[in-house]
Ligand binder design. Sequence first.
Ligand code: PGA
Length: 251
Amino acid sequence: MSRKKIVAGNWKMNKTPSEAENLVRELIPMVEGADVDVVVCVPFTDICAVSALTKGTNIAVGAQNMHFEESGAYTGEISADMLLELGVKYVVLGHSERRQYFAETCETVNKKAKVALAKGLVPIVCCGESLAERELGVTAELVRSQVKKAFAGISAQDAAKVVIAYEPIWAIGTGKTATAQQANEVCAVIRGVIAELYGQETADVIRIQYGGSMNESNAAELMGQSDIDGGLIGGASLKAGSFAQIVKYKG
Ligand code: PGA
């Protein structure tokens, strides 16, 4: 089976629109012709500029969150339609920083994933354990539960379109990467849950990324694992050269 790899930058709360333009201008020629799907998940305020610049290139634009309601009195929130009109294709949902700092729950992630799919956006659904949870030996249980809750009520046909990002919280922004074996082990657990929920065919096509201090030096080893189909890249996506090297990890 061949799953096309997907490398997505998660810029988090970095880059003003003009800084975003500079970064993307640099990036476009560097990732041209890449054999992976290339995505940049940018702050809402950068979407307009980045969408305009990447039109007709192989770089797709993603958002880092959205609301599950269509419209209405939700001050400070952004809807799927607002993203779609700006050319957004992907949306990161349930990143651990949103769960930790902004009260995102498995339930809201599920609601958002359903709306994203109904609207034609590709959700990048994040899951992953904290250091305490890993040390307690509950990583597999926890990730299984996060995935089951995120996919509740989603059809097999839609599930196959979702990208899952396994991001151990202790590896995010810390410089501590999970070993390729540790990362692959959990990605295999995730694929196993998808097989239980939807059957092997869906499990074989769904793409599972690893995220957490992935960089140009460890990308090839991580993405060379049997169940790792790409990366969600934070820090290293803020420099065009580093991100491009990850995209072109095969050299
Ligand atoms: P990092 O972030 O690459 O800076 O560890 C990854 C993420 O949080 O998506």
